[in-house]
Design a binder for this molecule. Structure first.
Ligand SMILES: C[S@@+](CC[C@H](N)C(=O)[O-])C[C@H]1O[C@@H](n2cnc3c(N)ncnc32)[C@H](O)[C@@H]1O
Length: 294
């Protein structure tokens, strides 16, 4: 099994453990492989935890590996998009002392070629975190027009040669439909060229496709105000972001909500050098913490 090394684990724990009263209820909206969740269970023994993920493989992993915690009712696992679940909790009037989101993809999702996220492990062009959804990267790449492709490459990937890449995709797909991650990565690399060692020229384009397939930015933007309203008085929300686009949204949405509480840290929390060295995925991580008022 590929495991997922939880990012910024110590600061996240610290920000929950230093609360005036220890959280009694916590919702982890991005369970993944339960790295953070396992630590919450261990370090907050009196806390009841709800954890959810939209990826059925993540939930199946949790059911298999957290049996004891589930049986003793310390942990409840739910399959679903955190936006839908947040709205449901809000309708039901549920409150939490602690809410946690660790955005983006998990290492097993990235490493499993069949999920189609990887630039390096060839697989079908998929990129869905929730495999029950219809839209895949393959559909976007093979059916969207050049303007729409260029727009996502610019907006979600901040890509340099977005227009040329979009045109080349249209040209190539007229000959043969794109089916695999490698076929697409190779075409993009030919247009972009290798400029930075160790940085695949298609990285930004893959990020853009992934964001589009999973509608990531709209969902984050929409969920944050709801999450703040799910917090009990003095409850805390912690969000880890992995790229500047989702971080910008998180920063501005939390700032916008200061009538309901305060930002716990003026400055964003980043991984130490040691963590960045140990875990490549941690390099771009940023943690923001919001505390609800009385
Ligand atoms: C970075 S991983 C979480 C890793 C986890 N904290 C751990 O330590 O194992 C992000 C997870 O969030 C899930 N996810 C992403 N967007 C989601 C959404 N809108 N709703 C529910 N789950 C989502 C992904 O499927 C993935 O499993």
């Amino acid at each position: 099994v590929t495991l997922h090394q939880p990012v910024l684990l110590e600061p996240v724990l610290q920000k929950f453990l230093e609360m005036d009263s220890l959280p009694k209820t916590l919702w982890d909206g991005t369970f993944g492989r339960g790295g953070h969740c396992r630590a919450f269970l261990q370090r907050m023994p009196d806390c009841q935890i709800t954890a959810s993920d939209c990826d059925s493989e993540a939930i199946a992993f949790g059911e298999e590996n957290f049996k004891e915690e589930i049986n003793s009712k310390r942990l409840r696992l739910l399959l679903g998009n955190y936006l839908d679940i947040a709205k449901q909790f809000s309708n039901d009037g549920v409150k939490f002392d602690a809410v946690f989101l660790d955005l983006g993809v998990s290492s097993p999702q990235l490493d499993d070629a069949d999920r189609g996220f990887s630039l390096y492990n060839d697989g079908p062009l998929d990129m869905r975190m929730d495999q029950s959804k219809a839209l895949t990267a393959r559909e976007i790449v093979n059916s969207w027009n050049a303007d729409d492709l260029e727009k996502i490459f610019v907006d979600y990937g901040e890509a340099k040669r977005a227009q040329r890449v979009a045109d080349r995709i249209i040209h190539e797909r007229a000959k043969k439909e794109f089916e695999t991650t490698k076929s697409l990565a190779d075409v993009i690399a030919r247009v972009e060229g290798w400029r930075r060692k160790g940085h695949h020229p298609a990285t930004q384009y893959f990020q853009a496709l992934r964001i589009a397939v999973n509608d990531e930015l709209r969902i984050v933007e929409e969920v944050l105000p709801t999450l703040i309203h799910l917090l009990a008085p003095k409850g805390r929300l912690q969000v880890i972001t992995f790229h500047s686009l989702e971080d910008r949204i998180t920063k501005y949405k939390l700032k916008e909500s200061t009538e309901f509480g305060r930002l716990v840290n003026k400055k964003v929390i980043k991984p130490t050098w040691d963590e960045q060295k140990d875990n490549k995925r941690a390099r771009s991580a940023k943690l923001r913490v919001f505390e609800r008022g009385e």
